[in-house]
Design a protein around this ligand. Sequence first.
Ligand code: CA
Length: 323
Amino acid sequence: MPSPPIVIAHRGASAYLPEHTLEAKALAHAMGADFIEQDLVLSRDDEIMVIHDVYLETVTNVASRFPGRNREDGHYYAIDFDWAELRQLDAHQRMDPETGRAVYPDRHPPEGATFRLHRLGDELELIQELNRAKGKRVGIYPEIKNPAFHRREGRDISKRVLDVLNAYGYSGKNDRCYLQCFDPAELKRIRSHYHSRLKLVQLLPENPLWEPGFDPSTLGKIVSEIAQYADGIGPPLTLSDTRADEDGYSHWISLTDLAHDRGLVVHPYTFKKEMLPEGANLVAFTENFLKRTGVDGFFTDYPDLGVRSVKRAGASPNAPIRN
Ligand code: CA
């Protein structure tokens, strides 16, 4: 029996509480997520912050708390602040900088309860303590954000992240940790320069593969190259969704199979209600997706519904359906 797909809580239980807050992580743990995601950037004093962007203003009150601390491009960068300052910020749901409104109007409102940013170590302690208290083995799924930006700032974020992960007991193939990044050069460096034995996941971007002129026959070659240094791929879910062949790109159906043939796991992103038409059922959609594609896990903003989808997919006697 193959193991059931893993549910990866995308930025925590981010559909219910502000993304990347400790509260959202604790809720994801309680909801039964198998892994919890951490997006990572550096502060000025080399602390590893858990936050999605290298800048702060879309998810915190930095502009009102520290006015004038933005750069010329208007952004307030985490790397220009010390942890002692960052910890004073109020964190909230993601805001659209264009409209000034919440990106997801039905989610936790930006006003009201106060949330805080935190560091990678804070979150690892929380998850490990919850694991101990509940007798669980919930894993972690850290992402190194924008290593090129950090390098331009004179920093080596991967070195710091590997050190902290190691200090908390995550260093080997069998540890409950997948380390992810969009930048292939950085993942190769982590493998060959730092000799990390962690499971590495190459994220695949939303756009380039879909652009006109992309030759689908090269997909096998791309996956083979990734298999040289990584253990898995994180594609946008459309890329591993068989419905792609409606556009005539039937070669792309087999991305998951191509990856499996080369020993890679496949963890697509990101399942959320908001991507479906009004009234559509996320559990039914996810259940069908899992059966159709045979992926090994998936990122979701709704870990509770993800767990339910996996149970339903496992309860059904049908083998994976291939369109
Ligand atoms: Ca991420």
